[in-house]
Design a protein around this ligand. Structure first.
Ligand code: ATP
Ligand code: MG
Length: 317
């Protein structure tokens, strides 16, 4: 491990939510938002909230949605010098509504928004060249400009002793074509910390069985794996064995962002020298706090917030 910023690359969005459950957006309805969002943005905001140096490569429009996000990231200590502001492009957005069965309907404005213009700018090059750690978000890898920056950053980063975390954050379809699989496997082969949730674990090997899938990943060169288990908590695996940590008991209001706040917190805690047990406890607390409030970034946490939460909240038994 070396000193330096934790850096990530990817989408900055606003999220606008329906306040009622129902069948999508086929009629006028009450909405709440805009909330700052985008998985890489949520992740890096949580890193900044914990006081660790942080930066993001991204793009927004020259509009209120972009300003809202930039102000939040800056306020939480994130370096936004590599967030390009595109006049004339709209900042990305996601409208989301829960169905009565718990499923979700989305309307995205991503590819045709500023998100689609993320590019290897000189500012991005400067930020990535000085990074101590790169967090790769799998959902961005199908975007050629993002995959290109990841590919060109990894060798030099690893050569100077930098580290890599990887949240697959993908759907099964992305693994169907050869080029999709190739980039995922090349990132995986240099991953120090892998952060899958649920069935994502099995997307990377032919193993359905959890223990066998973990063994295959460790054999492929992944140093640590933390499997996120939603309300049940999380499990850590490395060559020395396995550590389980039950989740905290909270009332879930909005699950979006839990995985990103969890991952950021585990990573920062480990970089600060905390044990696997301590890091898992902090990460579970960060994930649990996120789901108790509406808005993906509204429940991000400082270490003081997490210490208070841990002292006051019971774990699932
Ligand atoms: P996301 O929905 O953001 O992609 P994810 O699927 O990557 O999240 P989850 O397992 O849903 O990850 O959540 C990450 C962590 O947040 C969990 O491991 C747990 O610590 C915490 N968490 C999530 N949901 C709950 C909950 N309902 N109660 C308590 N803790 C939770
Ligand atoms: Mg989840």
């Amino acid at each position: 491990m070396i000193e330096g910023k934790i850096v990530t690359i990817g989408e900055i969005l606003v999220e606008i939510m329906a306040t009622t459950a129902g069948n999508g957006f086929l009629e006028p309805q009450p909405l709440i938002g805009p909330f700052p969002s985008g998985a890489p943005a949520i992740f890096i905001d949580q890193v900044g909230k914990l006081g660790h140096p942080a930066g993001i490569v991204a793009a927004v429009g020259d509009d209120d949605f972009g300003t809202l996000n930039l102000e939040r990231l800056k306020q939480d200590g994130v370096d936004v010098s590599a967030v390009a502001i595109h006049p004339g492009a709209a900042t990305g957005s996601a409208f989301v509504r829960y169905r009565p069965d718990g499923g979700r309907a989305f309307v995205y404005n991503m590819r045709d928004s500023a998100v689609g213009r993320i590019a290897a700018t000189p500012e991005a090059g400067t930020l990535l060249a000085a990074a101590g750690h790169l967090h790769v978000m799998g959902s961005g890898l199908p975007v050629p400009a993002i995959a290109g920056m990841v590919r060109s950053t990894l060798p030099a980063l690893k050569a100077r002793g930098g580290t890599v975390s990887f949240d697959p954050n993908i759907r099964r379809e992305m693994m169907r074509d050869e080029s999709g699989r190739a980039i995922f496997h090349s990132v995986l082969s240099v991953t120090d910390l892998f952060l899958p949730s649920g069935e994502e674990l099995s997307l990377f090997s032919d193993e359905i069985d959890e223990a066998k899938a973990i063994a295959a990943l460790l054999d492929a060169g992944v140093k640590e794996i933390v499997l996120k288990r939603g309300e049940a908590g999380a499990s850590h695996f490395d060559r020395n064995g396995r550590t389980d940590m039950p989740g905290f008991v909270v009332a879930e209001v909005d699950p979006t962002g839990a995985g990103d706040c969890f991952g950021a917190t585990f990573l920062v805690a480990r970089r600060l020298g905390k044990s696997v047990l301590e890091a898992l406890r902090y990460a579970n607390a960060a994930g649990a706090r996120t789901v108790t409030v509406q808005g993906p970034m509204e429940g991000s946490s400082s270490f003081a917030d997490l210490d208070r939460f841990i002292a006051q909240t019971s774990v699932r038994t």
